[in-house]
Design a protein around this ligand. Structure first.
Ligand SMILES: [Zn+2]
Length: 173
């Protein structure tokens, strides 16, 4: 129930081995962080480690190692609750009813700048609401006020600035 805004990243074809934490056994310590151009090589190492996890100490690797693809852009995205993402996109004048899309970094940055210069965020603010659903389940929507909108647009403008520097799109979904 959230939307992540991020900078378009392209898969490098390489992968790395990771664990859930930093305190890992010796075998995992040697594997974690290594990069591979051949995924099968990484799988072989993970399979060997994961086949002997009773011996893992420390145990941050004892639920198994992971393989993750390496992308050329490694910037942190920003994450908003769906309702807030909807409000912010509306404030930016971006039509995205399904909360899924992409836009050139420069266009996205321009949308942020125009909205901040000429928009009236208070019009888009919405109050917190609480609804009670089936079997008494409570759903709390914390809403978003003017400062919340301005703060989020400023985060998105920073993201878009970095996207422009890299010549990439801003994507959300
Ligand atoms: Zn281990």
């Amino acid at each position: 129930m959230s939307v992540t805004f991020s900078i378009e990243a392209i898969y490098t074809g390489k992968c790395r081995i990771t664990a859930f934490g930093d305190d890992v056994c010796e075998a995992a310590r040697q594997a974690v962080g290594r990069t591979f151009t051949d995924r099968r090589e990484a799988y072989a190492i993970v399979r060997e480690h994961d086949g002997a996890m009773d011996d893992c100490w420390p145990r941050d690797c004892a639920s198994g190692l992971l393989i993750e693809g390496i992308y050329d852009v490694d910037a942190e995205g920003v994450n908003f609750a769906n309702g807030n993402a909807r409000v912010v996109l509306e404030f930016l004048g971006i039509d995205s009813p399904d909360l899924l899309g992409s836009m050139g970094g420069g266009d996205f940055l321009a949308a942020c700048q125009v909205a901040m210069a000429t928009g009236t965020p208070v019009v888009h603010a919405r109050p917190a609401t609480e609804t009670v659903g089936d079997r008494g389940a409570r759903f709390v929507d914390f809403g978003i006020d003017e400062a919340g909108i301005v703060g989020r647009v400023s985060m998105l403008a920073d993201l878009a600035t970095e996207a422009v520097r890299l010549g990439r799109d801003v994507t959300w979904g």
